[in-house]
Design a protein around this ligand. Structure first.
Ligand code: PLP
Length: 362
């Protein structure tokens, strides 16, 4: 009785993963205890973390000169950790294409105000109400930036940048809502970070993939737990990590491998997104305002031409077993988040519902 769940995050987790976790919840590896009850420093638990990292490296083809960290504090804490680790008196370039990249630059500005360095807003999509990414020819790029930060997929506005921007500075991407959704070339990035609660597993875990030459540049104010070099040295175990989330992430990586890996899931993700956008575009009843080349394949916001029907849409979709379609309050309307664990069949059910709803109410 698992229902189609279109939550933006925490998001649906593959049923097979939850079943596996359930099967060993009380008695993990025949030890008479749960994995969440064992020491993170035990040999058995460390084996789980090593396997999870190896799987993620294989799934994303992460080069050897990158460290993979499994940290806590959410993606939002990285908005602070990035300037604290990497600004060091220099200038951070920030591109704003929606709510999350906007929060990142705002947080970095706090450290710049304290004298840690400078923050440069390269461009913002605000004028288009975040329905498009400003053309690179209009970006105000610094010549000597310490890094260039952007959000690869804006979860709220449904805006995705598919090709990494070509800039000289080390590229830092917030991939919280698109990591593992399609193949990327990690070597193009200085750092990638992603909260787990969309495509990786339960909340409480954040993954940082960072090129080794960017380690060791942190400001003296940087809290030890946020210091990437320190966490790399301690193999993400400076203190007690989010052990259960880390374990579950490993099970999600196993599942993704069984699905054929990132390229295979990427094809299905494209099919899901195409189906949903086509349904929206074929109708004057539904609308998605994002310029097609930037439409997210993970988060699809849409509005109803008659917003007085919003409440009815949500009531009827829920009655039909289609959950968590309410849009974010900043954008309104609806939002279907169609992460890796959302099947094509669930999206088909959603599309069938939308067509029937339009016939009934248009
Ligand atoms: N960045 C993006 C793209 C997000 O979607 C989110 C949360 O949804 C965040 C950052 C913040 O994540 P957290 O709640 O883990 O701090």
């Amino acid at each position: 009785n698992r229902v189609p769940n279109f939550s933006a995050g925490p998001a649906t987790i593959p049923t097979a993963v939850l079943e596996r976790a359930q099967s060993e919840l009380l008695d993990w590896q025949g030890r008479g205890m749960s994995v969440m009850e064992v020491s993170h420093r035990s040999k058995e638990y460390v084996a789980i973390t090593e396997k999870a990292e190896a799987k993620l490296r294989a799934l994303m083809d992460i080069p050897d000169n990158y460290k993979v960290l499994f940290l806590q504090g959410g993606a939002s804490l990285q908005f602070s950790a990035i300037p604290l680790n990497l600004l060091s008196g220099g200038r951070g370039d920030y591109l704003t294409t929606g709510a999350w990249s906007g929060k990142a630059v705002k947080e970095a500005q706090r450290y710049a105000n304290l004298g840690l360095g400078e923050v440069n807003l390269v461009a913002t999509g605000k004028d288009s109400n975040f329905t498009a990414v400003p053309a690179q020819s209009d970006w105000n790029i610094s010549e000597d930036a310490a890094y260039f930060h952007y959000c690869a997929n804006e979860t709220i506005h449904g805006v995705q940048i598919f090709e990494p921007p070509q800039v000289d500075a080390p590229l830092i991407a917030d991939m919280s809502s698109c990591i593992l959704s399609q193949p990327i070339d990690v070597a193009k990035f200085g750092m990638i970070y992603a909260g787990a609660q969309k495509n990786i597993g339960p909340a409480g875990l954040i993954i940082v993939i960072i090129r080794e030459d960017l380690l060791g540049l942190a400001s003296e104010w940087c809290p030890l737990l946020m210091n990437y070099a320190h966490q790399a040295e301690k193999e993400s175990m400076s203190n007690t990590p989010a052990t259960y989330s880390w374990y579950l992430a490993g099970l999600v990586f196993d599942w993704l491998e069984e699905q054929g890996g990132v390229a295979a899931i990427g094809k299905i993700n494209q099919q899901k997104a195409d189906l949903l956008y086509k349904t929206i575009d074929d109708s004057s009843f539904y609308n998605n305002p994002v310029v097609p080349e930037y439409r997210s394949i993970m988060n699809v916001p849409f509005t109803l031409a008659d917003d007085s029907l919003d409440k009815v849409f949500l009531e009827e979709s829920e009655a039909a077993g289609l959950m968590n379609l309410k849009g974010h309050r900043d954008v309104g309307g609806m939002r279907a988040s169609i992460y890796n664990a959302v099947s094509l069949d669930w999206v088909q059910q959603l599309v069938d519902f939308m067509i029937a709803f339009e016939k009934k109410h248009a």
